[in-house]
Write a protein that binds this ligand. Sequence first.
Ligand code: DHK
Length: 145
Amino acid sequence: MASKLVYVLNGPNLNRLGKREPEIYGSQTLDDIGAMLVERGEALGCEIEMRQSNHEGHLVDWLHEAQDEGAHAVLLNAGAYTHTSVALLDAIRSVSVPVIEVHLSNPHTREAFRHTSWVGQAAKGTIAGFGAQSYLLALEAAAEL
Ligand code: DHK
């Protein structure tokens, strides 16, 4: 079976997972999450392309790239850009590859400014609040698309 290419795009400050507010984001690093995704991806027939950037435009470029590379799906944790970036909303709308919004925490239980998601307005669906497990749940959903 040909493997399904799944981009996993991570936005600002997620390079600091493990050190950053662990009571909110957990103790696993982004590398730990990447390793979990690769392992689960092997079982699901998915090839994982994991990226992180603190720069909004990189995330826009990678969404376009995912489309151009024929990706099956994108998992996107845009970090704080989730709540601010019309550019990311437009980028998601500019591609046909399905984008699944992912969050470690549940933004709806946090500050009011996290209750709006521009990403969510164009995403296929959202998985939030399950820590690192959110990524695995999103990968399982992506594999079924
Ligand atoms: C990650 C961030 O960096 C925050 O800005 C979001 C999200 C929530 C998360 O829970 O993964 O508000």
